[in-house]
Design a binder for this molecule. Structure first.
Ligand SMILES: [Mg+2]
Length: 249
């Protein structure tokens, strides 16, 4: 039987940090799936997320589509070969190797934005320092290629993080995107986005599995453009993307 193709965001869709897990679930019911470089667990799946992941892994052609760097994707315990990571800056082909054609395309597109990305990270760090706020801002780099600027508050104080970024970056150049979800701000240049990479890999998937429906799964507004390229879309009912569509809170 032809498998359904599932293009799946990871963080806050299949797992999340401990502080975002449902408070009524005892810790021993959580399964660590995302790990830091030193091997300590950072992200956990609930039992239902674990069953969802197992169902996807058993029945679909599962392709992670994540903002994570390639290194951070590899530190997630998810079965995959093909993948989209770094907000679309990196594509892994069906053998799990970096797609060099896409890498060349991205390298050409990324080059003009390198100094702007560094400038944004520096502006955020400087403003955080001035205000005595613990914000970490850096440029996410893949294979020596600066792709986007990411900022996080060290104690996950999203309001303080947003205030610092608002002050440091009152406006972005045309075509840039300011992605915010929880304790995470990503400033991405115009060429970068999950949807660009999904548009690149979809024709190959369609050719290989001509009648397979493609399901896009994600939780954030940044996932909507790539989900829109799929035949069906699925989201957690409590998520940024769902907003108040299913729950009043
Ligand atoms: Mg997500």
């Amino acid at each position: 039987m032809t498998r359904v193709i599932a293009l799946v965001d990871l963080d806050d869709t299949l797992f999340q940090t401990l502080r975002k897990c449902p408070p009524d679930l005892p810790a021993d019911r959580l399964t660590p799936l995302g790990f830091a470089r030193d091997g300590s667990p950072l992200s956990y799946a609930t039992p239902r997320q674990m069953q969802f992941l197992e169902w996807l892994a058993d029945t679909t052609h599962l392709v992670p589509v994540t903002a994570r760097s390639l290194d951070a994707l590899r530190r997630a315990r998810i079965p995959f070969r093909a993948a989209v990571c770094a907000h679309g800056g990196v594509v892994l082909d069906d053998s799990g190797q970096v797609d060099m054609d896409w890498a060349a395309t991205i390298a050409d597109r990324a080059a003009p934005f390198a100094s702007q990305l560094a400038g944004l990270a520096e502006a955020i760090r400087r403003r955080a320092r001035d205000r005595g706020i613990a914000v970490n801002a850096r440029v996410l780099v893949e294979d020596a290629l600066p792709l986007y600027t990411v900022a996080k508050h060290e104690d996950a104080d999203a309001a303080a993080l947003f205030a610092v970024v608002d002050a440091a970056v009152p406006s972005l150049p045309k075509g840039w995107t300011d992605h915010r979800n929880g304790n995470n701000v990503a400033l991405t240049p115009p060429y970068l986005g999950k949807a660009h990479a999904v548009a690149y890999i979809l024709p190959g998937l369609r050719a290989r599995f001509p009648d397979a429906p493609v399901i896009g799964i994600g939780d954030s507004r940044t996932d909507a453009p790539f989900m829109g390229l799929c035949d069906f879309a699925m989201m957690p009912t409590r998520s940024q993307l769902a907003g108040g569509m299913f729950h009043a809170d």
